[in-house]
Design a binder for this molecule. Structure first.
Ligand code: ANZ
Length: 841
């Protein structure tokens, strides 16, 4: 039978017997929920898919072999821009295009032999699914976690759509590469910032279970800063202005004040200035609006700004501070205004030097911060290192941001940074002009999209301008037919033009209303899909909390590092909200996370434009599923990038034929037991039985393949030159190969298992325990060194005495040759592995 015949045979068997459906509530085995990040149906499957869904399949199959009830479902993340853009390009209905692709991808996964539970398939673009997105939105709204605000948003002029911060990469649209600009729109937001502390703090419990790099990326993304809010009186203004600072200790050194040019405050302050200043400010503002956020934060760009002819008053010493508008201060961070301390902050210093503003040192960074004895620091020649005066930032251009002792700061003088910060906050609080504060880089989650192919936002706009939710009982708000709608991007949702859809009546009041025409960010869809797999067909609940108690959280989540921030952060956020609603009993959705590396070709990323795309379906047709899976698993460690040019598919095919042939050659009855079989071969088998679980749990799938190759070779050797095909150890080896090869090459494994006289499916057979008696090694390899160089390796009994070992080593011919003409100074013996002759001459 050809590999393709074997493949078809077993795929048919699995489908007919529903071999890999998860067991129900009455299944008493321990449970494991294994999930691969679900795919976009945006075209052909590529090698990244071959990798991702192989790895999750290996893990799922592994837990079945360990006696677990495994849930390994699959669905499609089928709303969103890729489908819509492709549909626009091809003039097709996004719906038809999407479902066609899904069908193709489904067929490909089936012919890849992935052990999915096919009874739970979901598509986020089905009304049965997105209805629950809308339900989630209403729950968020009820809890005050969904709100609308007008704010500057990232706008992609090419896709004509709003982008989340995360979709802006280096100032450009993540999808099309166009330069992103700012635009003010009224949008729906989810209030993820309310959960910032929990999202940050709970990362600690994932340490060791998620890649450290991903945890760090999440921490940086949330970006918590701790410090103080300080209120400054502004001359000619009733209300004070608050700034956020991480260094309230340096307040005495604040010599000027900076506001973000694109903030409301800057507009207001400049309006009170002279006509000339207003003019200059306007010109500057226009220039700033064309500057990307990245450039604004760049340190090597010359500082720019406009003096607004207004003054703030320093609350600790009453000094007047000129107010400037400058683009290095961002409108949407902190309060959009800063107290500038040029002596101790590099950005402020660069600005002060550019505009000749005073620089006042308030921390003596040359003063020792421990002990009470003053230490004069000296360089190698004993010359005292620069004094504070010599280090003056106004001259050196380098801000003093280290620790030291406070000076020029009244009651704070002599204190170190940490104490001074605490004392300053106390003082500010006492005087009612400041308080301890935290600030986050994390922004609220903008979920509105002006696109057709997404979940309609279930809100209604009344004639009086109110915004009211659609009643839960009226869900789903279905997408209208695309017919007659122009999907090309224009800055407002195409749904707005679907007259008969947009104009409706509020069932509760009977009043005419307009539907909200925006659709949701697809990250909403993927933020909770893992729960929908638990009750995929329910039309009464999004998911059954009882099922969630059984299966969730996810034991192993497998996917690409490109989702390290957004998707994972949003799923974590929504999980915490569901926890607060009492619907789930856990606060983190993914107990462990596996990120696979990329599949590359000849050192390069594969891409259509480079013309070096290896297509999943083509490889599948040419080599068959099992060879492709073996090639992939053997290509390298899970988390590493794998160069497909280095993968030998014929090598993989040969290995599979060898394994099949061993099973076919076995010439002993099934079920007869293995006692008395060839001891050496049995030891190889049992070593693998002992080692394999650890290899899989540590995702060393490539090592597992290598071990299986060794076992197949060992069995072949016994058949051909040893005890022969009727030896029970050969059967034991072949059965073990079948049971373990099932993780990587399941069709071949089933075929072997059947050859060996067993009933299918090998996929459900629990691996036997290793026999400890067979794990004891009775001979080991000893390295003999002469003068530090290994001159011979000898096989010795594992329990050899040191004296015997030394005698054996001295007796070895190669060792004797190496010792010729040399004097042995010392012999070091570490039985049974090393003998080392230290020599002279
Ligand atoms: C005075 C000061 C003195 C500061 C000093 C730092 C050092 P992180 O750590 O990133 O949170 N800042 C506050 N709001 C800002 C805004 N909207 N745009 C640009 N910069 C802003 O940074 C907090 C510090 O960044 C704050 O502390 C403030 O400068 C500045 F020796 O205040 B600091």
């Amino acid at each position: 039978m050809s590999a393709h015949d074997i493949q078809r045979k077993w795929q048919k068997y699995w489908a007919e017997n529903e071999t890999f459906l998860a067991g129900g509530a009455d299944d008493n085995r321990p449970r494991k929920y294994v999930l691969a990040m679900f795919p976009y149906p945006s075209g052909d499957l590529h090698m990244g898919h071959a990798e991702n869904y192989l790895y999750s399949d290996v893990v799922a199959r592994f837990w079945r072999h360990r006696g677990h009830n495994v849930l390994n479902p699959i669905g499609w993340d089928s709303f969103g821009l890729p489908a819509e853009n492709a549909a626009i390009r091809r003039g097709a209905d996004p719906r038809e295009w999407t479902y066609q692709n899904i069908d193709q991808q489904k067929a490909a996964f089936k012919s890849y032999g992935v052990s999915f539970d096919w009874s739970r398939v979901l598509h986020t673009s089905d009304p049965e699914y997105y209805r629950w997105n809308q339900w989630l939105f209403l729950k968020m709204y009820e809890r005050g976690l969904a709100y609308r605000k007008k704010s500057p948003v990232n706008w992609c002029p090419n896709d004509q759509t709003v982008l989340a911060n995360e979709q802006v990469v280096d100032g450009r649209c993540e999808r099309c590469g166009a330069e992103v600009v700012k635009k003010k729109l009224t949008q729906w937001y989810f209030k993820i910032t309310d959960y910032a502390d929990r999202l940050l703090d709970d990362l600690n419990q994932l340490e060791g279970f998620w890649p450290h790099k991903v945890l760090q990326m999440q921490r940086n993304w949330i970006g918590r800063s701790v410090g103080a809010d300080v209120d400054f009186r502004i001359e000619g203004r009733d209300e004070p202005v608050t700034v956020f600072t991480t260094r309230p200790d340096t307040l005495h050194g604040a010599t000027f004040f900076v506001v973000a040019p694109d903030s409301d405050l800057a507009a207001e302050l400049s309006a009170g200035a002279s006509g000339e200043v207003q003019q200059r400010f306007q010109t500057y503002l226009e220039q700033v609006q064309k500057t990307s956020e990245i450039d604004r934060q760049s340190t090597d760009r010359p500082k720019t700004g406009v003096f607004l002819e207004r003054y703030a008053v320093n609350p600790v010493n009453g000094e007047r501070m000129p107010i400037w508008a400058a683009d290095y201060v961002l409108a949407d961070y902190g309060h959009g205004a800063v107290m500038a301390v040029p002596a101790h902050d590099q950005r402020d210093l660069d600005f002060a030097r550019a505009f000749d503003l005073p620089v006042k040192i308030v921390v003596d960074t040359t003063a020792p911060i421990t002990g009470t004895i003053p230490v004069i620091e000296t360089d190698d020649e004993g010359v005292a290192v620069a004094t504070l005066d010599e280090q003056h930032p106004a001259q050196t251009g380098i801000a003093l941001n280290g620790d030291g002792r406070m000076i020029n700061s009244g009651v704070l003088d002599g204190l170190t940074k940490r104490t001074a910060i605490a004392r300053q906050i106390e003082n500010l609080e006492k005087d009612g002009v400041g308080r301890a504060a935290k600030n986050y880089r994390l922004r609220d989650w903008l979920i509105s999209r002006q696109r057709f192919w997404g979940t309609p936002i279930p809100m209604l706009h009344t004639e009086t301008g109110d915004v009211v939710p659609v009643a839960e009982s009226a869900l789903p708000v279905r997408l209208p037919s695309v017919e007659g709608l122009d999907l090309s991007p224009k800055g407002s949702s195409p749904l707005g033009a679907a007259e008969s859809w947009v104009r409706t009546v509020d069932p509760t009041t009977g009043e005419p209303v307009l539907r909200d025409a925006d659709t949701m960010d697809t990250f909403v869809d993927s933020s909770w899909y893992y729960l929908r797999f638990l009750s995929p067909n329910s039309d009464t609940v999004a998911f059954d909390p009882e099922e969630a108690r059984r299966w969730a959280p996810i034991d192993a989540y497998i996917g690409g590092v490109e989702h390290a921030i957004l998707h994972l952060l949003y799923a974590r956020f929504i999980t915490k909200v569901l926890f607060d609603m009492g619907l789930v009993e856990f606060t983190e959705p993914f107990s462990s996370l596996i990120n696979q590396g990329m599949v590359i070709l000849n050192g390069n990323k594969m891409s259509k434009s480079k013309g070096n795309l290896v297509l999943f379906q083509e490889e599948l047709e040419q080599f068959g599923a099992d060879a492709l899976r073996v090639g992939m698993a053997f290509a390298g460690p899970v988390e590493d990038d794998k160069d497909w040019a280095d993968v030998s598919m014929t090598g993989a095919q040969k290995f599979l034929s060898r394994a099949l042939r061993v099973a076919a050659d076995v010439d002993s009855p099934a079920g007869a037991g293995f006692d008395g079989g060839d001891a050496a071969l049995r030891r190889v088998t049992h070593h693998l039985l002992a080692e394999a679980p650890g290899l899989v749990e540590h995702t060393k799938f490539n090592v597992l393949v290598a071990r299986l190759m060794e076992l197949v070779n060992a069995a072949r050797k016994t058949i051909d030159t040893g005890a022969g095909a009727s030896d029970p150890a050969v059967r034991e080896a072949a059965e073990t190969v079948a049971m373990m090869l099932d993780l990587i090459a399941p069709h071949t494994a089933e075929e072997m298992w059947e050859q060996l006289g067993h009933e299918p499916s090998v996929g459900l057979v629990v691996w036997p325990q290793a026999d400890p008696a067979l794990l004891v090694e009775d001979s080991v390899t000893c390295a003999v060194q002469v003068g530090g160089k290994v001159r011979a390796t000898i096989d010795v009994p594992a329990k050899i005495s040191e004296a015997d070992l030394e005698a054996l080593a001295r007796g070895d011919e190669r060792v004797q040759r190496a010792l010729e003409g040399k004097e042995i100074v010392r012999v070091i013996v570490r039985a049974p592995k090393i003998v080392n002759f230290a020599v002279r001459g």
